[in-house]
Ligand binder design. Structure first.
Ligand code: GSH
Length: 267
């Protein structure tokens, strides 16, 4: 495969972090699609917490790209301050999980490996529908950083961040919608009997929901069935194991969060 690079050759480099659910959408895609490391190299960013206890992704220690940008501050590399980021051999960068996956896929042979999108236009649209609900209607509202900041700076009711009522509300509301959609289109997996990008987006979001204490089997039966089938797939299991298991493990620093949200701060 030739990657675009204005004459420069080399793999794409995916800057990601195992603690990031958005990153996991792409790492699941790469593993399930069978994309080799010489096509997309994985580069794990650094990770710190700020004074509020919020996770901050940093440039990776000792990486040549960190040398180039001259700081550990990720915003110097990606002004959005987020992961994942795809770096092209010529230095161009692409953000946002959906476009990153589409872009990589444009360089892969159509007839090799798992395609991860159904051929049927309606089924393909259902897969994208589920992906969009997760990326735009669930993940931003249940984001721990957003919830901590809202408690510390904007007077939102204080509660444990992982199980905050706002977080539970949006996960339950949208999971209810997805469960209804999947009642129509799921087979063994989110859309039909083949694993698709809908599963690659669903799995990390369910991992967040499990951390929030949601009982998937009791509340979202179709989703629970699909989840069990998805995590039994070897490639999915490998990615989950490498990221610390089936429940999202690392989300914020509790001690710093307590100091940041103590009542005196709110006056
Ligand atoms: N819409 C983005 C979401 C990316 C995102 O929110 N990533 C989180 C980690 S899961 C992040 O980097 N957060 C750091 C921050 O917001 O400062 C995508 O699909 O790529």
């Amino acid at each position: 495969m030739t990657t675009p690079g204005n004459g420069r050759t080399g793999p794409f480099r995916l800057f990601f972090h195992p603690a990031s659910s958005a990153s996991m959408r792409v790492t699941l895609y790469l593993r399930c699609r069978g994309v080799p490391r010489d096509v997309v190299e994985l580069v794990s960013t650094g990770l710190e917490t700020d004074h509020r206890g919020i996770l901050v992704f940093t440039m990776p220690d000792g990486d040549r790209e960190t040398e180039k940008v001259g700081t550990k501050d990720l915003t110097a590399f990606n002004p959005e301050g987020r992961v994942p980021v795809l770096l092209l051999p010529d230095g161009r960068k692409l953000t946002q999980t959906g476009p990153i996956i589409d872009f990589i896929d444009d360089f892969l042979p159509r007839d090799e490996g798992m395609r991860l999108l159904p051929d049927d236009p309606w089924a393909r649209a259902q897969a994208k529908r589920i992906m969009w609900i997760i990326a735009s209607d669930v993940q931003p509202y249940q984001n721990i950083a957003f919830i901590i900041q809202a408690m510390g700076e904007w007077g939102m009711v204080k509660a444990p961040p992982t199980e905050h009522p706002l977080r539970l509300h949006y996960i339950r509301r949208e999971f209810g919608a997805i469960d209804g959609i999947m009642a129509e289109c799921a087979g063994r997996f989110a859309v039909g009997d083949e694993l698709s990008l809908a599963d690659c987006f669903l799995v990390p979001q369910i991992r967040n929901a499990l951390l929030a204490g949601i009982d998937l089997a009791a509340e979202f039966p179709t989703m629970a069935r699909v989840w069990e089938n998805a995590i039994a797939v070897r490639q999915v299991k490998e990615v989950l194991d490498e990221a610390g298991g089936i429940v999202q493990p690392l989300v914020f620093d509790e001690d710093k969060f307590e100091v940041y949200t103590e009542p005196a701060k709110a006056e």
